[in-house]
Ligand binder design. Structure first.
Ligand code: ADP
Ligand code: UVW
Ligand code: MG
Length: 396
């Protein structure tokens, strides 16, 4: 039976999923989803079947998840045991950075892989791991088609004013642009909105993807107009460990006054800032909500403040707003963050229904709210699986 494997490699995690592809004419059917966390540390593997039953939920011995390659090997063992009949004909990869050229998924070969390697410095928490996943999958499935699905692709058609920085023109030509990320998630949400609320999909929508990485995107008619992330996955909202928007003068200060080099600054901005840096406690929103210390409360308050600012900015960029969608781990699960983001937004026509918010219903705004507020669980994996199916169907 033909199957697609999807891989989404983060800095210390590997998400994987197995989909049955059938005759390539219908929707890929998910069979297994899994996550290996804390690769290189005290690793843990969780995997479940489509019906929600657990296949595995246990620590991994260090030698089985020392790096992404061994972690993938462990995931493949699990898949082989659970689905011995699965023939993997395609592997789909979330690749965070596609640069200026890629607005659609591509088939990976050695040359394409080399070009994507050049983009590693632009997304150091993701791109090197995404590409090591590709190399591991090429070795494990040499016959399968390998498809790269780019986080940047969804934004490639946003208007020039959102694509550029006010630097001398030559930098734009070199690729110093505002790319935008989380495109697989936005693509999924756009498609889901078209199914469940076509009138909203056709209108002006702000999507808040609030996970460990966080960004927001303004869409009209389901297409990206502007987003909070820019040249790298550092810009915009504060994140688990990333600073989000920062005056570039701070970077100059760190270099000239603190004597910090590029690697030290990258480490500070990517790994030691955001919720972790502000709280001094954790990058994890759930832990901060539970901790209730002053510093944890302030970290959450800053996160919420920046989401609200971005919401106002994107609404202005869209010329108004018809719907706000929350997704990502925080957006889907934090009743508190949703409530704080929406508090006192009556002036813009947004009113949250507290009981619906508490229950986490799909629509969490009141019936009288002019702006609909929705919670839609995102699914980057199905977007990748569809891309693999379409690529296979085209190749015949
Ligand atoms: N019930 C919850 N309440 C508050 N925050 C939550 C809850 N569940 C998950 N989160 C937060 O979601 C974030 C992880 O989001 P997720 O989208 O899963 O991350 P990733 O970007 O790694 O895929 C973490 O900060 C986590 O604490
Ligand atoms: C681009 C990005 O921030 O991704 P993630 O949410 O997986 O960290
Ligand atoms: Mg994420």
């Amino acid at each position: 039976m033909p199957h697609a494997l999807t891989l989404n490699a983060g800095s210390s995690s590997l998400k994987f999923a197995l989909f049955e592809l059938g005759d390539l004419s219908g929707a890929p059917a998910v069979r297994i989803t899994g996550l290996i966390e804390r690769i290189g540390g005290s690793s843990h593997m969780r995997a479940q079947r489509a019906d929600g039953t657990t296949i595995s939920d246990a620590p991994l011995p260090p030698e089985e998840a020392a790096d992404h390659e061994t972690a993938l090997g462990r995931a493949l063992d699990l898949i082989g045991q659970e689905r011995p009949d699965a023939r993997v004909v395609g592997v789909g990869h979330r690749v965070v950075h596609g640069g200026p050229d890629h607005a659609v998924p591509i088939v990976l070969n050695a040359e394409a892989l080399e070009k994507l390697r050049a983009l590693e410095p632009l997304a150091p928490l993701h791109q090197p791991h995404n590409l090591s996943g590709v190399r591991a999958a090429l070795a494990a499935f040499p016959e399968a088609v390998q498809v790269a699905c780019f986080d940047t692709a969804f934004h490639r058609h946003h208007p020039w004013v959102n694509d550029t920085f006010a630097l001398p023109r030559g930098y734009y030509d070199k690729g110093v642009r505002r790319y935008g990320f989380h495109g697989l998630s936005y693509d999924y949400i756009s498609g889901r909105l078209a199914e469940i609320a076509p009138h909203l999909h056709a209108g002006r929508v702000v999507v808040a993807h609030l996970g460990n990485g966080a960004s927001m995107c303004g869409m009209i008619g389901g297409r990206s107009i502007a987003s909070s992330m820019g040249f790298s996955a550092l810009d915009g909202l504060p994140m688990g460990t990333r600073s989000g928007q920062l005056d570039p003068g701070v970077v100059l200060y760190l270099m000239s006054q603190e004597g910090m080099g590029a690697d030290e600054i990258a480490d500070l901005l990517y790994k030691r800032s955001g919720l972790l840096g502000l709280s001094g406690l954790s990058n994890d929103m759930r832990k901060l909500e539970e901790a209730g210390t002053d510093a944890a409360r302030e970290a959450i308050a800053y996160f919420v403040f920046r989401v609200r600012r971005e919401l106002g900015g994107l609404a202005a960029a869209l010329g108004g707003i018809d719907a706000l969608v929350f997704c990502g781990g925080i957006g889907e699960h934090s009743v508190h963050v949703r409530q704080k983001v929406c508090e006192g937004m009556g002036w813009i026509g947004l009113e949250l229904d507290e009981a619906r918010n508490m229950r986490g219903e799909t629509v969490v705004s009141t019936d009288l709210s002019r702006i609909r507020v929705l919670v839609i669980p995102t699914d980057e994996e199905i977007v990748i699986a569809r891309a693999v199916r379409d690529m296979l169907a085209r190749r015949g």
